[in-house]
Design a protein around this ligand. Structure first.
Ligand code: ADP
Ligand code: MG
Length: 256
């Protein structure tokens, strides 16, 4: 049975999608079978792994709203060993449409069925909100990986996120865990980075990964080529740190 990890933080631009795509690719590089579920209507994970939106006939939207089997929407990506359940902009309507449906919080979980057996890791790239799409992710997953951008007010909003996690634990998913907290876009030239680092560690303790993701321009270029960082620039700092993160995640799962 694969481990299901949701990447979440209701702040936009903190590195959820970059981490979903590149952690996914680096886990696959280590022989893991990976499924990425693109739950953000923006679809940056979908396009970032080379899947053309105009060629998508059915997407995760149809899984959630029309009960199309998850297996029917899964496609291959530009990185061998990473499959994706892609999204289109139609998903932006799902937040409202879900409100009126039966079992609106558990529709993603209900869709997993046998699929979990085909993968070692299922990563869910969440939208920047704590609405029903994110609740579906938290109900369907085993654990949550929280990327935190290294900036002023880094911790702002995290208590809201933790509160949502608490509510989902209470009502839908008592086993829900924190997978880890990842510092992203770290700038080693400023004191701010170090300050944020120690603040986040004070708050989350040993849940913070040893791996820290620095700012690296290659990481921001790779998506426009539809490639994971290890396929775009294997020798970049970005490639190295996400390989290191994959190692850490595997170790945490007793796989190394
Ligand atoms: P989110 O999914 O949380 O909204 P993204 O992963 O899309 O965040 O990142 C926001 C923007 O920052 C994107 O343009 C992305 O390419 C860029 N980015 C993410 N991580 C890094 C990094 N470590 N260094 C430089 N740019 C980054
Ligand atoms: Mg994103």
């Amino acid at each position: 049975m694969g481990s299901v990890i949701a990447l979440a933080n209701q702040k936009g631009g903190v590195g959820k999608t970059t981490t979903s795509v590149n952690l996914g690719a680096c886990l696959a590089e280590k022989g893991q079978r990976v499924l990425l579920i693109d739950l953000d209507p923006q679809g940056n994970a979908t396009s970032g792994l080379g899947v053309e939106k105009q060629n998508i006939k059915q997407s995760i939207y149809d899984v959630l709203i029309n009960e199309v089997p998850l297996a029917d929407v899964i496609q291959k990506t530009s990185h061998e060993g990473v499959d994706i359940a892609p999204t289109t902009i139609a998903l932006s309507g799902a937040e409202v449409e879900l409100t009126n449906l039966m079992a609106r919080e558990t529709r993603l979980k209900d869709a997993f069925g046998e699929i979990r057996k085909n993968y070692d890791f299922i990563l869910i790239d969440c939208p920047p909100s704590l609405g029903l799409l994110t609740i579906n992710a938290f109900t369907a997953c085993d654990s949550i990986l929280i990327p935190v951008q290294s900036e002023y007010y880094a911790l702002e909003g995290l208590s809201q996120l933790l509160n949502t996690i608490k509510l989902v634990r209470k009502h839908f998913n008592p086993q829900l865990k924190i997978e880890g907290v990842l510092l992203t876009m770290f700038d080693r030239r400023t004191n701010l980075g170090q300050q944020v680092n120690s603040e986040v560690k004070k708050f989350f303790g040993d849940q913070v990964y040893d791996t820290i993701i620095p700012r690296n321009v290659r990481l921001s270029e790779a998506p426009s080529h539809g490639l994971a960082i290890i396929d775009y620039d294997k020798n970049s700092t970005g490639a190295r740190v996400y390989q290191q993160l994959a190692k850490e995640v595997l170790a945490n799962h007793g796989k190394e």
